[in-house]
Design a protein around this ligand. Structure first.
Ligand code: AHR
Length: 509
């Protein structure tokens, strides 16, 4: 560990040739589940002053649009494993109210498939649709894809048309159930049972629409007792039918140990490496020429609301569940997690920040009142805006530390993204040190005509600082001390900070 009081130094080389892979824009996806106040009182609140004629809140939509989320997973999550999609289409007055067993709530079905897809399109996003493989199976899944993607002339496509939607939605990415390895899941299955039903469902869905891509459930956590055997068995059952393997992970600071908390992205890194290896093992075993990539379709910080939610009254419509209020330190962890996802751009093609509004979300709302940005909104937004292009793995030399669960944790967590179209090179960097500023020297290789566009910093003296409806305490500000001269970037990264350093360049002739 670096000595207290001594300025810490780090050096890196960013080379145009150190390519990890192209960023699939869907890595900046998110997630809306019928859970708590995500849909009702979140994206949808008829009567709210900003609501449109369909009941969608305009203020929430604006905050979502600013994130440039390209893909939104829907309708669950645990919810999907008990969901009858037919309940949520057609005249709203005829839709049933149902007991929703995953979250012990009442689902009014006011918002369903058509309303949600319409909202997602207003937000500029495609939908990543999940099918129910908990209480249901291939038959309902083939009906739903026929409803969504078949042009006309069949029972379910004509039903869609009778609801006023003439053109098929053309939904490309579909999840084959959710977290089917978890005993908490409605219709939990063994790996073999899930592998079989996912394979048979995949077959009929692709027979209806061969252009779709399918995501098979991997593990809900890296610490699940069934990981990684679950993945092996599932992939061996249906390798040729699956395009992505899904993995999920949430992190928290229950022990209030900031050094260990900031290191938890190393767990995500190890999880991605293992899941990738299992995909490749299954590829080898099935003698396939096709590569199954990863969909990290639930990731975030989730711990603040866990105890409170155990005491919630059941069977309410839109109860305030999973309403984590994020702190400055959570924003730093989200920054480290985003950097980790980017570092694996070659194999992580889809990722969904779980979730988007009110439920473990970057956006919060008050019923009848304001919508506001949580601390975590900013690193996610900046990565989404500036993290598109080609990921370059910087060669980094920096001091390391050991924490309770991790050894060799680099004080500097960083990745670079080069966008050939805009000519912009962006460096994302977290200084994990609780004590020291980090003096960074980065040498740019393979670029010329360098210019520093901006260096923004998210930092705060109070690790527990939060944003509220009335006051934003955590947001990025400009740092004016950085310099880019003769291909060398000199920047000072404050202790405990998320940094976005944007440079304009052209590749060297
Ligand atoms: O995102 C909240 C919940 O976390 C999801 O419903 C479930 O898939 C996961 O366990």
């Amino acid at each position: 560990m670096a000595d207290e009081g001594v300025s810490m130094k780090a050096s890196m080389t960013i080379d145009l040739e150190f390519v990890v892979g192209e960023v699939d824009d869907r890595i900046f996806g998110s997630f809306i589940e019928h859970l708590g106040r995500a849909v009702y009182e979140g994206i949808y609140e008829p009567g709210h002053p900003s609501a449109d004629s369909s009941g969608f809140r305009g203020d929430v939509l604006d905050l979502v649009k600013a994130l440039k989320v390209p893909l939104i997973r829907y309708p669950g999550g645990n919810f999907v494993s008990g969901y009858n999609w037919e309940d949520g289409v057609g005249p709203v007055a005829d839709r049933p109210r149902r007991l929703e067993l995953a979250w012990r709530s009442v689902e009014s079905n006011e918002v369903g498939t058509d309303e949600f897809i319409r909202w997602a399109h207003l937000a500029g996003a495609e939908v990543n649709m999940s099918v129910n493989l908990g209480t249901r199976g291939p038959d309902e899944a083939r009906a739903l894809i026929e409803y969504c993607n078949h042009p006309a002339g069949s029972r379910w496509s004509d039903l869609r048309i009778s609801h006023g939607i003439r053109e098929p939605y053309g939904i490309r990415t579909w999840c084959l159930g959710n977290e089917m390895d978890g005993p908490w899941q409605i219709g939990h299955k063994t790996a073999y049972e899930y592998g079989r039903i996912a394979t048979e469902t995949a077959k009929v869905m692709k027979w209806v629409d061969p252009t779709i891509e399918l995501v098979a459930c991997g593990s809900s956590y890296r610490s699940m007792a069934t990981f990684p055997e679950w993945e092996r068995i599932v992939l061996e059952e249906g390798y040729e039918h699956f395009d992505y393997l899904s993995i999920h992970s949430y992190y928290g600071n229950q022990e209030d140990d900031i050094r260990n908390y900031l290191a938890k992205s190393l767990d995500m890194d190890a999880y991605i490496n293992s899941a990738t290896a299992i995909c490749d093992y299954a590829k080898a075993k099935s003698r396939s020429s096709k590569t199954v990539n990863l969909s990290f379709d639930e990731w975030n910080v989730w711990f603040h609301s866990l105890e409170l939610d155990k005491k919630r009254e059941p069977w309410l419509v839109a109860p305030p569940l999973l309403e984590d209020i994020y702190t400055f330190e959570d924003a730093l962890v989200v920054g480290c997690l985003i950097i980790t996802l980017l570092k694996h751009a070659d194999r992580v093609k889809i990722a969904c920040l779980a979730q988007l509004v009110n439920v473990i979300a970057p956006i919060m709302t008050k019923k009848g009142g304001k919508a506001w940005r949580q601390t975590t909104y900013y690193p996610f937004m900046q990565a989404s805006l500036y993290g598109r292009g080609t990921v370059l793995n910087p060669a980094i030399s920096c001091p390391q530390y050991d924490s309770k669960d991790f050894s060799g944790v680099p004080f500097l967590e960083s990745v670079a993204v080069h966008n050939a179209d805009s000519g912009e090179l962006t460096l994302f960097a977290v200084n994990r040190s609780t004590e020291e500023e980090l003096e960074l020297t980065a040498k740019l290789r393979g670029f010329e005509n360098h210019r520093l566009v901006e260096h923004t910093v998210l930092t705060n003296p109070d690790l527990k600082a939060v944003n509220t409806e009335s006051k934003e305490n955590v947001y990025p500000s400009n740092c004016t001390t950085s310099e880019l001269e003769a291909g060398n970037l000199h920047a000072k990264l404050p202790k405990l900070s998320w940094n976005v350093i944007r440079m304009s360049t052209t590749p060297a002739a």
